[in-house]
Design a protein around this ligand. Structure first.
Ligand SMILES: [Zn+2]
Length: 158
């Protein structure tokens, strides 16, 4: 189990909760990433199971990754339908789809990543900020690895 970002290289687009020219109240329901071409591999943010693989008129091709019972991530606007069937188990970093711009809510190649506490809430309702969630988790893992390394290898003193 190890957390990572869904893309190797990206720029930060519209943030979770913003209200702007593209997003009306109650605000943007996910985090947008851009700055990569169509077809760029989208990667599992952790070990998990594919629980939804479907077309949405608004969000285009969508795949939903379940990491645990309270933690689901939706990858939206994918170029083509993911080949992974519902029920497929994946490891952190496995490619689960390709970036694209499908769906009526997309105006250019980007990943709209959503976070929900249930599979369906990645689309509506009780969503969390997936970017804040991931960056917090990655930071904590890094800190705990550093702490472990220090314990195992105490600095040598002359
Ligand atoms: Zn978005």
């Amino acid at each position: 189990m190890s957390w990572r970002m869904p893309l190797d290289k990206y720029k930060i687009g519209s943030k979770f909760g913003v209200i702007d020219q593209w997003h009306k109240a109650p605000g943007h329901r996910g985090q947008d990433y851009f700055g990569f071409p169509a077809g760029t591999p989208l990667k599992a943010v952790n070990d998990g199971t594919i629980v939804i693989n479907k077309w949405s008129g608004v969000l285009g091709w969508v795949i939903v990754l379940k990491v645990n019972d309270k933690c689901y991530f939706g990858y939206c606007h994918m170029r083509i339908q993911s080949k992974l069937k519902v029920g497929t188990k994946v490891k952190s970093g496995d490619v689960i789809g390709q970036a694209g711009t499908t769906g009526s809510a997309s105006s250019g190649v980007h990943l709209h990543l959503t976070g929900g506490k249930t599979a369906e809430s990645v689309f509506v309702g009780a969503q969390f900020d997936p970017h804040k969630f991931l960056t917090d988790k990655i930071k904590k893992e890094k800190e705990s690895i550093e702490a472990t390394t220090e314990t195992q290898n105490p600095p040598k003193t002359a």
